[in-house]
Design a protein around this ligand. Structure first.
Ligand code: NA7
Length: 542
């Protein structure tokens, strides 16, 4: 039977990005029938949709890949330090071909609802083409940043130029040549796109609400000798990544930024700046917890902005004042330098907010800007956004939206499961390390944990697994306590929902570190899935 005729599966997975692709492979290898639904026309997830100019990953390519297969690690060779979107998409296509994944993925299909039927112990899953299938296990691999945030600016429908969101970029690209371009947003996407668009456009106006701390990426092609050594050394690297804080083989500084002499600290920051990448973030052990320690890095980056940007007013506007690292730290290629170009202007829309998009451009409180193209680099409804877009209902018809009170009281167990939603698993769900870690490392850990759990259920003839309410409350409380002990919760960011008007605030990421988190999940499994309720065993559980 071809998968398109089959209507009942062991597992249905949403999404064919890093998460869904590996989940499919893992479960299929274990002998389960799996169907993946993907809204895009091909594999890639984030890397399928984010095709804006300059789109690039801020994890080093040799660390931003699957590690479960030595064959894949050895056969694939990354070209440069920070991979561009086309290269990552080629990689994911290579993996999809190699593992023959596409035969169990339905493309251009969006799951609209998933309802749990207690009597049958099945998830009924509705697809946007009107078809319905059912599955014993329902697994979401929807990504953390896939629900685009298009702010509801008055008058967008009147705009006579072209407009695009960075996360929904046209495949044929956009020709900016000679055009008057406006871009709203200076997060990672904006910071990556701005230097590239500026080189093509006639004129670029950047509408900035909050300035960002960014460090140079210093991207470069890889030396074949370095790649050879890395490939020989992968097993060691993988162990380091798995047991690290952020999913990288990096040992964070063990000293306080305040216990070393200022000259020594500046020297280290200079070295990190020259090396490029996100190393400033882990220079010392108290950057994200102590305001004074944080200010040493923040001040260092501000001084760099002052050195690079020639116009003092513009430099001033580009200087952030929030705690460094509490919005996603950014790495760039010529971002601050771009403001020295004569065809680039910076507009502070916190001072003078955007009032309206007009037929010919954009109007702020004190000026009007004529534009041919408007780019929204305005980010995402993160973490809960992609899940709450789907009508997911658990026991007694209670929806995930109701359970989480629209996100006001997001509660999960380990970021993987929800009380009231048996046999449902989330890959990199809210309250897991997810976006504050090297994603493929966190994804692999979740996929393997979920896959092993489902095999355990099969081996022990257990019908349902469901998070226990008390364990869930305990986990959420723990997540909040860890977050509150840091500076992360002191800043308005998409990490806590502050970027979406009306979205309830709540810090949605586990900050205890990738290695600790892995240990906690492994302990739960070893104790026979402690904190979960297992039901319907037809034989004694071993
Ligand atoms: P981000 O990081 O959420 O950035 C969005 C940007 O858009 C940010 O500068 C926002 O300002 C700005 N924004 C959002 N809404 C508005 C309105 N209404 N008016 C003006 N400016 C606005 O999204 P990205 O796509 O850049 O990056 C997402 C993640 O992808 C990134 O963190 C990496 O993990 C990869 P704000 O800061 O909210 O004042």
């Amino acid at each position: 039977m071809s998968s398109s005729e089959q209507t009942s599966f062991d597992a249905v997975v949403i999404g064919a990005g890093f998460s869904g692709m590996y989940m499919l492979h893992h479960l299929r290898e274990a002998g389960f029938s799996v169907q993946v639904y993907e809204a895009g026309a091909d594999v890639g997830g984030t890397w399928y949709w984010n095709r804006y100019p300059g789109a690039r990953c801020d994890s080093e390519s040799i660390l931003y890949n699957y590690t479960f297969s030595d064959e894949i690690l050895q056969e694939w060779t990354w070209e440069s330090r920070y991979p561009e979107q086309p290269e990552i998409l080629r990689y994911l296509n290579f993996v999809a071909d190699k593992l023959d994944l596409r035969r169990d993925i339905e493309f251009n299909k969006r799951v609209t609802s998933a309802h749990y039927d207690e009597k049958r112990n099945k998830w009924d899953i509705q697809i946007n083409d009107g078809s319905t299938v059912d599955a014993k296990y329902f697994i979401t691999g929807v990504g953390c940043l896939s629900a685009a945030n298009l702010p509801k600016f008055k008058g967008l429908e009147n705009f006579q130029g072209e407009w695009y969101h960075t996360g929904q970029w046209p495949h044929e690209g956009v020709d900016f040549t000679g055009k008057r371009v406006g871009i709203i947003g200076t997060g990672s996407s904006g910071v990556q796109a701005i230097p590239v668009i500026a080189e093509q456009a006639g004129h670029l106006t950047v509408f900035q609400r909050t300035p960002q701390y960014s460090a140079p990426a210093r991207n470069h092609p890889y030396d074949p000798e370095y790649i050879k050594k890395t490939k020989e050394n992968y097993s060691k690297l993988i162990q380091q990544m798995k047991h690290s804080t952020g999913g990288y083989p990096v040992i964070p500084g063990e000293k306080s930024a305040l216990e070393v002499p200022p000259e020594e600290r500046e020297k280290l920051y200079e070295e990190h700046w020259e090396k490029g990448g996100l190393f400033l973030f882990s220079s010392y052990n108290d950057i994200t917890v102590n305001p004074d320690a944080n200010e040493t890095v923040a001040g260092f980056i501000r001084s760099k902005i002052q050195q690079v940007v020639k116009n003092l007013d513009v430099a001033e506007k580009l200087m952030p004042s929030y705690y460094y690292g509490t919005k996603r730290p950014i790495i760039d290629t010529n971002y601050y330098e771009t403001y020295n170009r004569s065809n680039v202007d910076l507009v502070d829309v916190k001072k003078s907010p955007i009032e309206e998009i007009t037929a010919r451009g954009l109007r702020t409180g004190d000026n009007e800007y004529e534009l041919d193209i408007l780019v929204f680099a305005t980010g995402y409804d993160g973490m809960t956004g992609p899940l709450l877009k789907i009508d997911i209902c658990g026991k007694e018809g209670i929806s995930l939206k109701e359970k989480w009170d629209g996100g006001a009281s997001t509660r999960t167990y380990l970021g993987i499961a929800n009380a009231g939603f048996p046999n449902m698993f989330m890959i990199t769900g809210p309250e897991s390390p997810s976006v504050l870690s090297n994603m493929p490392v966190s994804i692999e850990q979740h996929v393997e944990w979920i896959g092993d759990c489902i095999q355990y259920l099969r081996e022990n003839e257990i019908e349902t697994i469901e998070a226990d309410e008390a364990a869930e409350q305990q986990w959420s409380k723990h997540c909040r306590e860890v977050a509150d002990s840091t500076l992360f919760t002191k800043t308005e960011s998409w990490y806590n929902g502050a970027n979406i008007p009306g979205k309830p605030r709540g810090f949605q990421i586990y900050l205890g570190g990738v290695g600790n988190y892995r240990q906690i999940c492994d302990d739960v499994a070893q104790k026979g899935y402690e904190g979960f309720i297992l039901k319907g065993a037809t034989k004694p559980v071993v």
